[in-house]
Every structure is written in structure tokens, then in C-alpha cells.
Design a protein around this ligand. Sequence first.
Ligand SMILES: NC(=O)C1=CN([C@@H]2O[C@H](COP(=O)(O)OP(=O)(O)OC[C@H]3O[C@@H](n4cnc5c(N)ncnc54)[C@H](O)[C@@H]3O)[C@@H](O)[C@H]2O)C=CC1
Ligand SMILES: NCC(=O)COP(=O)(O)O
Length: 344
Amino acid sequence: MATSTKELPVIALTPGDCTGIGPEQVARILSDDRLADAARLVVVGDARVLEMGMAHAGVKLKVERIASPKAANWGRGAVQLVDLGNTDPGKFPIGKASAESGRLTGETLSRAIDFAKAGEVDAITFAPLNKRAMFDGGWKFPDEHKMFASLLGHKTYFSEMNVLDGQWMSRVTGHQSLREALDGINPASITDSIELVDRMMRKAGVAKPRIAVAALNPHAGENGLFGRDEIEMIRPTVEAAAKTGIACTGPYPADTVYIRAFAGEFDSVVAMYHDQGQIATKLRGFNRGVTVTAGLETVFTTPSHGTAFDIVGTGVAKTGALESAVRLAAQLVSIKVKEAAHAN
Ligand SMILES: NC(=O)C1=CN([C@@H]2O[C@H](COP(=O)(O)OP(=O)(O)OC[C@H]3O[C@@H](n4cnc5c(N)ncnc54)[C@H](O)[C@@H]3O)[C@@H](O)[C@H]2O)C=CC1
Ligand SMILES: NCC(=O)COP(=O)(O)O
């Protein structure tokens, strides 16, 4: 690992899909010292993509090309760039998904992962990518989280989590159709999701997180009138998890459980499916929300918003979520360092 508790972590920052807002966001957050207190950032990508990002953001960066993160020269006021030379953004119209651009986005991420595996970077923060473009470009995974796990040879449970204002939200099912998601909701997947929240929030310093589990059906099934999933599956599973010492309760009606959590009654909510959680968290903090691939040995963070094809190059893309993603990656690295020190 590149860092100790005394040093700032080294984080690989990838620009995401060059057809989206990622390059301009990366250029903007590197144009001043706004993250200098959190991390030492190394851009892993193509110099031409970073140039395009500067033009879109209306900023000029001093860039120093380095062969790999371990050759970085910190403190010289220049952005450190590992120039992969693989992506000519001139070939890809902005605001339009392209399979080839998706292939290159994945290739860039896989190079960043190689640096993580080699211990040259402590974490990876990536600007938004396009899942469809990556899939069409040959990365045959429903999302990048599964791609990361595959590249790392990871075999045990992991999942996407969404972090906002210190609340770590998990969900039982993920990037799949709603019909498929319904088939993926079962006692084992609900338990995995509850346990993941408990584990991650304890790591983040919440001693006994109060976890609310969302119902699946309207009004939590209205006592069986609108479905029996709550009675027959979700409640018994929540009760079984609670017996193991986890402070989980529910199921609660999903249309109000996030209001209660954001008001402070719960520390986290476990959602049953993607939009149940994402609508609530994105409404609350679109420019702060971070997505984490939780459970892998490498730390990955990204903004919870996407490529925003409708605004690329207009200069209006906000950068708060990307900044939060870098800060959260740094926090996760420091947790890992402390855990490792504790284990030795
Ligand atoms: N971090 C990541 O890599 C993520 C990638 N995605 C991918 O992004 C693609 C597009 O997804 P959509 O559902 O259209 O969501 P989106 O988040 O890209 O866009 C939804 C709306 O929010 C606006 N928006 C997004 N980010 C913004 C920002 N930083 N500042 C100002 N406005 C912003 C957009 O202009 C658009 O009107 C998909 O391929 C999806 O897979 C989606 C979420 C996260
Ligand atoms: N690429 C990050 C990611 O998958 C988070 O977005 P969402 O689909 O969960 O909204």
C-alpha cells in the first residue's frame, strides 16, 4: 500500500467516459487546491481527454506526465498524469454513447486497477461512465462493480452502496430489470444487505448503526392485502438478523422510511431495489451522493450521478459529488490502514 496513517492516500482518478461530463469535472477539481487536504491525486487516463476536459471547464492545468503513480512528484504544483495514450476524444462525439469509448473507459479503469494491485495507488475514484457503452464495448458485465470484482478475482460477497451525509445505504438487488430484481429478493440477499450496512457503518465509526429495512409492497403490504412478502419473508429475515446483534428493524413502508432516516430516526436504510433508494437519496443530495463498491479489497468510489449527456461541454456540471467521492475514498483508505495496523 502506498500510504500510512501519516500521509495522504494516493488516489487514482480516472476521467470516466470521454463522451460524458467526467473529463471536465476532473479538470475542474484539479484546477485549485480544493482536495489537497484529502488525497494525493494521480490522473490515470489520456492527456487528450484531460485537455478536452480543461477546454470544457474553462481551466488550464499544469500537467506533468509520469510513467506510473510511484513516479509521482508531489508538491510541485503540477497535476500528475499517467498518460495511457489510448483515447482520442476527437473520435467520439460528446453526449453520445459509443461502444468503442466504453471499451476504452473499461481499459483505463483496468489499468488503474493494475496500479492498485501493485500497491502504487491506495484507491480508485472514477468519474462517471456509461454502463451500456462499456457492455457494448466488450466488458460483458451489468455494471462496473461486477467488472472490478472479476478483474480482482474477488469471490465473496460485495455490493454497491450509496453514501450520503454519513449514511451508508445498501440495496438487496441492483442493476437489473425490476422483474428480475423481484426474483432476487430472498432471505439470503436481504441478510447480506443488512450485514453489509452494519459492517461498513461500524468501520466508518458508527458503533451500532440503526438500520431500517424498507418494505417491498405499498404500505408494507397493508397487512397482506397488497402482498405477503413482508409477512412471510422480510419481517422474519429482519428479526433473524436482529437476533445476531444487528440493530435492524422493519420492514417499513418505503415511501416514508427515508424521510424518517433523514430526520435522524435511523442511520441507514436497506432498499429492496435500485430506484427505491436512489430516488430518495438523489432527491436529498444529488451533488453530494457517492457510490462505493463495498466489500472488495480495493477501494472504489464514484459520484452517484451519471454521464449527464445533456450538459456535456456546457460548463454547468457540478463537481460536489466527485469531490465527495475522493474524500470518501480517502476516509476508506484510512480505515483500511488502521485495520491493518490493528491486525498486526
Ligand atoms: N458514477 C457513475 O459512473 C454513474 C454512471 N451512471 C451512468 O450514467 C449514464 C446516464 O445516466 P442517467 O440516468 O441519465 O443519469 P445522469 O445522472 O447522467 O443524468 C440525470 C440528470 O441529472 C443531470 N446531472 C447529472 N450529473 C450532474 C452534475 N454533476 N451537475 C449537474 N447536473 C447533473 C443531467 O444533466 C441529467 O439531466 C448511464 O449510462 C448510467 O449507467 C449513472 C450513475 C452513476
Ligand atoms: N456507476 C455508479 C453506479 O452504478 C451508481 O449509480 P446507480 O445506478 O446506482 O444510480
